[in-house]
Design a protein around this ligand. Structure first.
Ligand code: UDP
Ligand code: MG
Length: 137
């Protein structure tokens, strides 16, 4: 393992339900560092890029409606093995598979409304950091 960085985003349901503090606490208690954070609103254009692997899925319009329903908290998180480490803290994508004790297992209300985004590998992490924080990040 090595020190890495990843792109984490607290989604609109997390902000709306007042769960940002809870989720940030879990990230901090694990020992990861939040090195950048900003509230932002997403539009369909950026979501078509960010979720390019999903644009043809039947649920994509629902995903856009959800992700544009309110502000998100965009973050860069750093630490030893943080990319996989955050995916473990987050839990599985599928609602039925997200285990209790994980962020999604404890707080997601459906496969779509699942509280948190985290990059799935080193290349996507760097691309997503640039996408949301700009080329200098
Ligand atoms: N998603 C959905 N239905 C699905 C799969 C995914 O609504 O059947 C949404 C969900 O919000 C998920 C996001 O699309 O977090 C991105 O999907 P991906 O497969 O990349 O999962 P993730 O990397 O977020 O675990
Ligand atoms: Mg993904």
């Amino acid at each position: 393992m090595s020190t890495e960085r990843t792109y984490i985003m607290l989604k609109p349901d997390c902000v709306r339900r007042g769960l940002m503090g809870e989720v940030i606490s879990r990230i901090e208690r694990k020992g990861f560092q939040i090195t950048a954070a900003k509230m932002m609103r997403l539009d369909e254009d950026i979501l078509r890029i960010h979720y390019a692997h999903l644009v043809d899925k039947p649920f994509f319009p629902e995903l856009v409606a959800y992700m544009t329903s309110g502000p998100v908290l965009a973050m860069i998180v750093e630490g030893e093995g943080v990319i996989d480490g955050m995916r473990r803290l987050m839990g599985k994508t599928k609602y039925e598979e997200a285990q209790a004790g994980t962020i999604r297992g404890d707080f997601a209300t459906s496969t779509t409304e699942n509280i948190i985004h985290g990059s799935d590998g080193p290349e996507t992490a760097e691309a997503e950091i640039r996408r949301f924080f700009g080329p200098e990040a």
